[in-house]
Write a protein that binds this ligand. Structure first.
Ligand code: AHR
Length: 339
């Protein structure tokens, strides 16, 4: 595509001298080829992320999307990147399953002249990508902790004994949410009874919760699930064990993502608070690609907007690092508009 685009623009210059004003029609062969190495299909969030890319990178929009579902396997993801290099795609999008182990593959992309755009999760051991689009996971964890602090104060709850169901080990979403929530827990002197990997899946959440119930029944009053699908699994496990949760229950249930099904459970009071992670990165990624196509330099970091959702306004505002945060009470309109 890049060579064909250059030829079209050069011809246009000879004829009119005006590069910017000349539309380049996307025929089959003119499509911008984008390889996307997606994490997998582990959650509602992930489905929405994939859909976002498939909606934006269509042939009608001038793209040929090469999509690989890496099924949460880092080796598969690295192989997908190398296949994209062999195919000589125009751009590579990657949502890194884990945050390390990237420099060699990204150096190969750089050597091949293929710009890489990272979405959602971050890469810690390489800077060989042009742009990252995503969310601040540590802020999400801090927000969950600050909200719990304010909620406990408002309800006269003096002791917090929490169980955490983490996401995939090594994923930056897990690392950031864990760090953020732990920072508040440490400062407040809360007890984190246990913190185990639920792999961001419903079955993982259920399995970890079942084992927590065996080990800690009667000892915990907070469960933090690092995504909604884990919360669905934890709910099933607690329901089966006769443990009450949510706004009228014995256990405060906190979740992340705020997908449609998660927000329905906030609205019904089963989940007390849900901290959004925005999966709709593709329009921002397209902007980055279009800037690169135009020879411009895109932002190296693009943060997407997120909201904190609650059942009611027991806590309407709190601060994270001195910045006021607002809680949004879930309504039918919000649920309908969510991903
Ligand atoms: O990286 C984003 C996380 O990954 C989302 O919280 C989760 O649902 C997904 O699997």
């Amino acid at each position: 595509m890049k060579k064909k685009l250059a030829v079209a623009l050069a011809a246009a210059m000879t004829l009119s001298g005006a590069l910017a004003a000349v539309p380049v029609m996307a025929e089959d062969s003119d499509l911008i080829v984008v390889g996307f190495a997606q994490v997998g299909h582990e959650s509602d969030w992930r489905t929405a992320s994939t859909q976002s890319c498939q909606d934006v990178f269509t042939e009608d929009n001038g793209y040929d999307l090469q999509f690989v579902d890496c099924d949460n396997d880092s080796a598969t993801q690295l192989e997908a990147i190398r296949t994209f290099i062999e195919q000589d795609v125009d751009y590579i999008i990657v949502d890194p399953i884990v945050s390390t182990g990237w420099d060699e593959a990204l150096t190969e992309c750089e050597d091949a002249g293929i710009p890489v755009i990272v979405i959602d999760r971050t890469i810690e051991d390489s800077d060989k990508y042009v742009s990252w689009v995503g969310s601040n996971f540590k802020t999400e964890g801090l927000a969950a902790g600050e909200w719990l602090k304010a909620y406990a104060e408002a309800n006269g709850i003096e002791e917090i004994n929490a169980l955490v169901i983490e996401g995939t080990t090594g994923a930056s979403a897990t690392i950031g949410r864990t760090e953020g929530f732990s920072e508040i827990a440490d400062a407040e002197g809360w007890t984190i009874l246990d913190s185990q990997d639920g792999d961001f899946t419903q079955s993982g959440g259920q399995e970890v919760m079942e084992s927590y119930i065996k080990s800690y029944e009667g000892q915990f009053n907070v469960v933090v699930c690092q995504n909604d699908n884990e919360a669905f699994g934890a709910i099933d496990a607690m329901t089966a064990a006769g443990i009450s949760y949510g706004v009228d229950g014995d256990v405060i249930l906190i979740s992340f993502d705020a997908c449609t099904a998660g927000l329905e459970l906030v609205q019904s009071g089963d989940i007390n608070a849900d901290f959004e992670c925005n999966p709709l990165a593709a329009p921002f990624v397209e902007e980055v690609i279009q800037q690169l196509e135009a020879g411009e330099t895109p932002e190296t970091e693009v943060y997407m907007e997120e909201h904190w959702y609650t059942y009611d306004d027991t806590v309407s505002t709190f601060e994270v690092d001195g910045v006021e945060q607002t809680c949004t009470v879930v309504t039918d309109e919000i649920v309908e508009a969510q991903y």
